[in-house]
Write a protein that binds this ligand. Structure first.
Ligand SMILES: [Zn+2]
Length: 161
């Protein structure tokens, strides 16, 4: 069967940045299981899965606007270190921060004696991502899976009730 809205898809993927650096891969472990149309995957990857079937392999480049978005420099902010009183801050640490648009994850990119530079951009924003994908299995989602918006599986990215 071909992948369409509400198909449950088992796949292996490897994702690299444009310079060939591997960012993530399912191939050293369990394949990923997703519900097509649930937007668990980035838009560019969901778009390319439509109509594919078990056994299909493809390699695609996904531009930032169909991946994790463009970088917004205004999301890089310098805040006084006193805001982090009692918390160990070092580059690479992530925090939940409350901003105008709600809760957001920010990453510490630099720390000086007085100030901390935080970046609210997704770490993969602004990157064109190269995906190498193999579709292993396709089935219809169950009523429960479609209602919950995720696959019900023992492993992968769904869960069992
Ligand atoms: Zn569920």
């Amino acid at each position: 069967m071909n992948i369409s809205e509400n198909s449950v898809v088992t796949l292996h993927f490897t994702v690299c940045s444009a310079d060939g650096t591997q960012i993530d891969s399912s191939r050293e472990g369990e394949p990923m299981v997703i519900l097509q149309g649930s937007h668990y995957l980035i838009q560019g990857l969901e778009d390319h899965l439509d109509g594919k079937q078990a056994g299909d392999k493809f390699v695609i480049d996904v531009e930032p606007d169909l991946a994790y978005g463009e970088r917004h420099e205004e999301l890089v902010q310098v805040v006084p270190k006193s805001m982090f009183e009692g918390i160990e801050v070092e580059p690479g640490a992530t925090f939940r921060a409350t901003i105008d648009e709600g809760e957001q994850s920010v990453m510490v990119v630099d720390v000086t004696d007085e100030e901390v530079v935080v970046d609210g951009n997704h770490p993969l924003s602004g990157l064109t991502l190269n995906f190498d994908v193999e579709v292993l299995e396709v089935r219809d989602g169950t009523e429960d899976e479609i209602a919950h918006g995720h696959p019900h599986v023992e492993n992968g990215y769904g869960h069992v009730h």
